[in-house]
Every structure is written in structure tokens, then in C-alpha cells.
Design a binder for this molecule. Sequence first.
Ligand SMILES: [Mg+2]
Length: 405
Amino acid sequence: MKITDLRATTVTVPLEAPLRHSNGAHWGRFVRTIVEVDTDEGITGLGEMGGGGQSAELAFAGLRPYLLGHDPFALESLRFRIANPTASLYNNRTQLLAAIEFACLDIAGKALGTPVYNLLGGKVRDQVEFASYLFFRYADTATGLGEVRTPDQLVEHALALKEAHGFTTHKLKGGVFSPAHELEAYRAVAEALPGDRFRYDPNCALSVEEAIRFGRAIEDLDNDYYEDPTWGLNGMRRVRDAVAIPLATNTVVVNFEQLATNLRDPAVDTILLDTTFWGGVRACVKAANVCETFQQSIAVHSSDELGIQLATMLHLGAVLPNLTLAADAHYHHLTDDVLVGGKLTYQDGRIAVPDGPGLGVTLDRDKLAKYAELYRELGDYPYDRDPGRPDWYPLVPNTDWADPS
Ligand SMILES: [Mg+2]
């Protein structure tokens, strides 16, 4: 089989409300690039990529000469063809490789009439558990609804998400307000949901000393882990020495070099595997296998996703014996998806792994056209800017917090 064409379409899908984070915000929408890879056997595979609020169409157009004529089953050679680790110093294509790998796995599964999980060793579970992924939010500009700023609003939001989707694990994305405000909010959520489990992620915004202070102040809660409280392996190692909670990262162990470094000189306990950041589903499976060998815990990271990328996270979660922690997804903050049948649904905090051939999801062409039009209307947005504080940008570590009053 040979790849005969590659099409990329940028779409914008609205969120319920803008999601705030330590670098800025998702401005009320996700901008995602949907990739379709065609073959000479009439099978088309689906991929997806983000890009910090910006289109990746041009980057995919640049890959055409590399991909046309390539066998979609030849995934190891694809890796070296477009993301050779030394050439990548110049062209940095890891995330593009990931989107193409998703599409090739989709093609391979469709060609063989089997789900992607069967190409990855077979599933060991039928559903993947997810955490609620709580954000501080601005109100939606159209409806004026959805603001999450105070501890009371955060608790109300967490209870509503639990009611709607059945989550029993709750992650708070912080790094927006002062540590004192976020500590009060995190503890309020834990108090309101006895018996559930929690994780806090300020996206590396805290100094080592502040991270230690915050970590010690939540040690009594039922924390899965404390995610990227500070920046860098060396900072994380200092926090880990001082706080009795496992540390997790999706920022400083995102490739095999860093994984090896962390195993030789541990700084982080839980590796959050992202099918985009690591360069594909298969890279995540390989990393998970290394982690299994070294008894290093794992979970599945969310770098924002529509249903195609969510499907890659589900197939990944399905095949990992050592996945004992809930995955993260931004997915429930979306108002819609580009899949036939609409958004995939949570049942008791879990999403069923698709059993159809390939990734097991189908593109809704009307929705694709509708949200491509919305992208043309609204354009890009800067993921690393806060619409409420246009002149602000964070230092690392940050001390200039948003005002919650
Ligand atoms: Mg994180």
C-alpha cells in the first residue's frame, strides 16, 4: 500500500468557557488541525494535531514530498524519514510525526479490519478512566456563564462534572492565582468530594521553595500525584526530596533521553504519556514498557484533543497493563466534536475504547466544514497570552498572579 495524498484542515471547536492556565488561556475554543492521509487502496486514515491556538496546515503541506509513495505500515522507517533525532534539531517534527502515525495506524487497522489496539498488543481493558480536569475559567463571552474563580465556584464545577460524567478523580489545573488562593480552592474540592482522588498541576509556575510549601500543605489529602509544581528535572528533584507525594510530569520527561536520565537520577515518579508530545501512540507504548520494567508509574496526558486524538489516547490506555491511574482529557470542556455521532461519552468517569477498525472513529464532513468555517471566521489565538491581562507574561518561576477578587 502507498500513501497518495495528504490533506490538512484547521478547525475551531468552541469550549464551554475559556480555560485559564499558567501561561495564558485557551480563549474559548480549541484550534486543531485534522489530517487525512489517502492511500492507493482507497483507505483514508485520520490524524490530529494542536499547535497552541494556531493552524498546522502549512507544516503538513511541507511533508508531502516525504510521504507520497510511503507504505503506511512502515512506521519505523517513517520515524527516521521525517523525524530523525539529529535532523530534528533543525526541523522539530515530532508532533507532526505523531499526527501522521495516528493516520497510518488508522489505515493499517482499516486495511486489516481490526482496531488499532490489536496492532499494539491487544487490549487489557475495555474502558479508560479519566480525571475531571478542573480549570479556572473566564465566563463565556456570549452567555456570561461558566466562570470559575473562587473556591465555591470550583467546588460547584467539580460537583457538576462528577454528576454529569461520574468522575472519581479530580485534577486542578492551577498556576493562575496565588498559591494561597489555589491551595484554598484545591482543599475545598477535596473536602467536598470525600473518597475521591486528587491531583494538582500548576504547570511549573512555582519556585522550588513555593512548591515545597504548597506540597507540604496538601500531603494529608488523597493525592494521586503533584504534577510539575516547578520547572526542570533539578527543581523537581529538590521538591521530591522534601514532599511526601509522588511527583508527575508532562514537561520534563517527554522523550527517551529524558526518561533514561530520570531513571538514572530520579526526579519524577509518574510519567504522563502524551500521544502527540512523544511522537505517536507507539512511542508512548514503548515508553510505558520501559516504565513497567523500572516500576515507574504512568498516566495518559491530554494536550487538548478532539475525538481523533482522544481515540489515540483510548487505544493507548487500552493496551497498557501498568496504567493504574486515571487519564486526563480536556474533552468534556468542548461543546462539540467533528466525529459522526457527536462527542464520545463518559460512563462512570470512563470512555469505552472504540472497537471499530483502525481508530474506530469517523469524520463528520459537515461538522468538519462547519468548524473549518469557524476557524476562518475567528482565526488563531495566542495560547500563551491571557485575554484578561493582555500585557502580562509569566516569568519562570512566576510571582505575578492573576487577581481573584
Ligand atoms: Mg501538566
